[in-house]
Design a protein around this ligand. Structure first.
Ligand code: LLP
Length: 427
C-alpha cells in the first residue's frame, strides 16, 4: 500500500483537481496523452526555467547546464535564454546547442576521449572552455596550436580521490577512474606544468572535478572542495568548477536538496578552505535542472495476474525510453493521472514491451485497485537521462517530447516514425 504521489517529486506547476486529475502547466495530463499519443515525455517549462534561474542566481554567470541529462534544440535554447552556459560531452551535443542558437563561447567541452576532429571543431568555433582530461589530449591541443589554431581557454579535470557514495557506474571522483588527472599520483601537477609551458598551446584558466551523479550527501561536495582547495589555492588560478551531481528526489520519501542550498554549502566550504572570493566558483548541474520537470506517460496495454506470484502490468514503452531501472536499479513511483490523489493499494510490477525480462520500469509499484487496460500511467521525475538515453531497441520509435506552459503545449521533439527507423539503411 502506498500513499498518493507526493507533490515534491512532481513538476512545480503540478496541481491536482478536486476530481483527482493531475494538471501540469495548466493542462490535464491525461488529455495531453490523448492528444500526442504515448509513450510521451512531458516537461513543465516553468519548472525548467525556475531551476535554471536558481542555478544562475546561486552560482553566478558561468554556471553550465549539463546537457547530457536532456538535450534537444528547445532545451538548449531555454537554458541559454535563462543565462546558463552549456556543458557538452561530445561534438554532437555541441552541434545541437550551436544549431539551437547558443553562442560557441558559452560551451564547455567535456570528454575523456576527444578526437582531434572534435578538438579542431571546438577550436574553429571558439568554444568557451575545453576541459582537458588526459596527456594525450594536451598533446593534441599542442599540435593543433602548432598548426596555427588559437590557444583555447582550458580547465584541467582532476580526480580528487573522493568517493561520492553514488552508483559505481556514475561515480567518477575515485582514484580508479577513466576520468581526469589524479592529484594523488602527481599526474595533476605534471599536467599543470605542461599547461604552463610556453609551447603548451593552451591557456590554463582553472581546475575542474566531478565526483559522481545522484549525490545526496552535501558533505561529499564539501569534501571535494576541501581536497581541491589544497591543490588549487597555491596555483593562483581564477576558476574552480565542482561539476554536477546533485541528486533529485525520485520517490515519495526522497529528500530534496535545492540548488540554492547546494551552492551555499559549496561556497562556504570554499571560504573555509581559504579559496579567495575573487575566484570564479562554478558548477554544472544536469539532473537537478531537469529531472523533476519531466514526466513519462504510458498507456496500459496488458494486465497479467499470475496467482500467488504477482501481477504484471505492461505499458507501451520500456527500457528504450527509460534504461535507468535496468542499468542502475533506479526506482520510480507510478500513478494514474486520472486519480492522482488516490491511495495506491494494489501491487504491480510495471514492465515494458521489450523482449527481455529485465525490461522493468517499476519493480514494486502500487497503483489504485481499479487500474485497467487503457489507463494512462505516469512515472514522474523522468526528465533526466530518460529521453537522453533512449534507444530504438526492438525498433521502437522514440517518443515525442512536449513542453507545457500556461495552458499551452509545444511539441519540441516529434515522435519518430517507422520511416525514421530506416533513415540510415542502405537498400
Ligand atoms: N559534469 C560532468 C563532467 C559530468 O560527467 C556530469 C554527468 C555532470 C556534470 C552532470 O551530472 P548531474 O548533475 O546530471 O548528476 N546516466 C546516469 C548519469 C550519468 C552522469 C554522467 N555525468 C544516470 O542516469 O543517472
Amino acid at each position: 500500500m502506498a500513499a498518493p504521489i507526493a507533490t515534491h517529486i512532481l513538476p512545480e506547476t503540478a496541481n491536482i483537481s478536486t476530481w483527482g486529475r493531475l494538471f501540469v502547466g495548466g493542462l490535464d495530463v491525461a488529455a495531453i496523452a490523448e492528444e500526442y499519443g504515448t509513450p510521451l515525455f512531458v516537461y513543465d517549462e516553468y519548472h525548467l526555467r525556475k531551476r535554471c534561474q536558481e542555478a544562475v542566481s546561486s552560482f553566478g554567470t558561468g554556471v553550465a547546464y549539463a546537457s547530457k541529462a536532456f538535450l534537444c534544440a528547445a532545451m538548449a535554447k531555454l537554458a541559454y535564454e535563462e543565462g546558463m552556459h552549456i556543458d557538452v560531452a561530445s561534438s554532437g551535443e555541441a552541434y545541437v546547442a550551436l544549431r539551437a542558437g547558443v553562442p560557441a563561447d558559452l560551451l564547455v567541452f567535456h570528454g575523456n576521449n576527444k578526437s582531434t576532429a572534435e578538438l579542431t571543431y571546438a577550436l574553429e568555433h571558439n568554444f568557451g572552455r575545453i576541459v582537458v582530461d588526459s596527456f594525450d589530449e594536451l598533446e593534441r591541443l599542442r599540435r593543433l596550436a602548432n598548426y596555427g589554431h588559437a590557444r583555447p581557454k582550458v580547465l584541467l579535470r582532476l580526480t580528487p580521490g573522493v568517493e561520492a557514495h553514488a552508483h559505481e557506474y556514475v561515480s567518477t571522483g575515485q582514484e580508479d577512474s577513466k576520468f581526469g588527472f589524479s592529484i594523488k599520483s602527481g599526474a595533476a601537477l605534471e599536467a599543470i606544468v605542461q599547461c604552463r609551458a610556453e609551447t603548451s598551446g593552451v591557456q590554463l584558466m582553472g581546475i575542474h572535478a566531478h565526483v559522481g551523479s545522484s549525490v545526496t550527501a552535501i558533505e561529499s561536495f564539501e569534501k571535494v572542495v576541501a581536497v581541491m582547495a589544497s591543490f588549487f589555492v597555491p596555483l593562483g588560478l581564477p576558476e574552480l568548477v565542482i561539476g554536477g551531481g546533485l541528486a533529485a528526489p525520485y520517490m515519495n520519501d526522497d529528500v530534496n536538496v535545492s540548488i540554492r542550498d547546494w551552492a551555499a554549502a559549496v561556497k562556504s566550504a570554499a571560504t573555509r578552505a581559504g579559496i579567495s572570493s575573487s575566484v570564479v566558483l562554478s558548477a554544472e548541474p544536469g539532473r537537478a535542472i531537469v529531472a523533476n520537470a519531466g514526466l513519462t506517460l504510458y498507456r496500459v496495454g496488458t494486465i497479467k495476474d499470475l496467482p500467488d506470484v504477482r501481477t504484471y502490468l505492461s505499458v507501451d514503452g520500456g527500457m528504450s525510453d527509460n534504461i535507468r531501472p535496468a542499468l542502475y536499479g533506479a526506482q520510480y513511483e507510478a500513478f494514474l493521472p486520472r486519480a492522482a490523489d488516490a491511495e495506491r493499494t494494489k501491487p504491480f510490477r510495471i514492465v515494458g514491451k521489450h523482449c527481455e525480462s529485465g525490461d522493468i520500469i517499476v519493480r514494486d509499484a502500487w497503483l489504485p485497485e481499479d487500474t485497467v487496460v487503457g489507463d494512462v500511467l505516469c512515472t514522474p521525475a523522468t526528465g533526466a537521462y530518460g529521453y537522453a538515453m533512449a534507444s530504438n531497441y526492438n525498433k521502437l520509435p522514440r517518443p515525442a517530447v512536449v513542453f507545457v506552459n500556461d495552458g499551452r503545449t509545444q511539441l519540441v521533439v516529434r515522435r519518430e516514425s517507422y520511416e525514421d527507423l530506416l533513415r540510415n539503411d542502405i537498400f
